[in-house]
Unconditional design. Sequence first.
Length: 402
Amino acid sequence: MKPNTFNLTVLILLSFLSLSTAQKKSISETWYKGNLHAHSFWSDGNDFPEMIMDWYKNHNYDFAVLSDHNTLNAGEKWVTIDDNKTKKLALQKYQKKFEDHWIHTRKDSEGNTMVRLKTLQEYRSIFEASEEFLIIQSEEITDRYENKHIHVNATNIVNKIEPRGGKTVAEMLQNNIDAVNAQRKETGVPMIPHINHPNFGWSVTTDDIKKLDGEQFFEVYNGHPAVHNFGDDTRPGMDEMWDDILTAYILNNKPPLYGLATDDSHSYHERKVGHSNTGRGWVMVNAQNLNPVSIINALEKGDFYATSGVNFNYIKKANNTLSFEVQPETGVTYKVQFIGTKKSNPMDTGIVLKETNEIENSYTLTDDDLYVRAIIISDKLKENPYQEGETERAWVQPLINK
Ligand SMILES: [Zn+2]
Ligand SMILES: [Zn+2]
């Protein structure tokens, strides 16, 4: 049957419309929400991997990891449900959620129930779905130098990396970062190291990070209560550290340092200040597709933002101009700061170049600017803060003056 002119017009119009929607989506509007740092019973988290993945999937995350300390979620590991209340509760919730035939138990010599932890290979299939939810293999390479904690996450790792050690904090960081980058080279699989919570135990300073090569990511925000995101009276917080390091990297022709927000969740049964819970910090990644290669490509290009609650309608970097629109919420006000360092005064890092309370914002680099980045501080209290009184924020990645 030959379609009449009207039908043909409608058909052409419809296909044009669907094409333009698809193009628009793939080019600028696909923001994937993800958490790049979390723990389970595979190390010191207090829940089963499937329960944690279930939480992230049901809270609108598109991707998640379990970055357990010095282990992949692989091989055979049993957790003993002894008299510990939290472990008992975890097992009860697990048994309620999953059918008996899925859960693999046995008794130890004292009559305690032991549960075999599911491997990533086993549990990924019950959560993953194309363009809906992705699990990326990860490890928190966990090293220690005297009383300093040197923790480096490896996202999309293929083979487990043992902590490499070293004679100084910087050397230890470098050795672990090198191990990730070497595995990337050997396997051809894109993977990234990122420095975790520098102020945990006041372990890692800007001077340590400035010395590094092949390092592009750190946690500007981590939801664990012991990480001092905002520093203290004498020591810098993550924002101050970021500008100090970024300035040094640019002046030394290194790639820019990008800031991630993560949960570092360990504690899944009580949600309150003092516990490292889910849902505190995450990244929104402007990637082509929901797969590890695409996500890592976008992260490496800086096509993402870090957030503890504030979102954007768009972020654009073009012609030396950084512009964005905050996704406004009724009754919430936003302090927007464009931050950078001047070439003429590089010792004075991270100065406020422009401050507004607008929803739509832009800043064009001047000849004297090394870079510009932005932080948005809302006055909306976080629902489950990492510390009392904390309000929601977001961090836009730096635009470097070429
Ligand atoms: Zn850590
Ligand atoms: Zn951790």
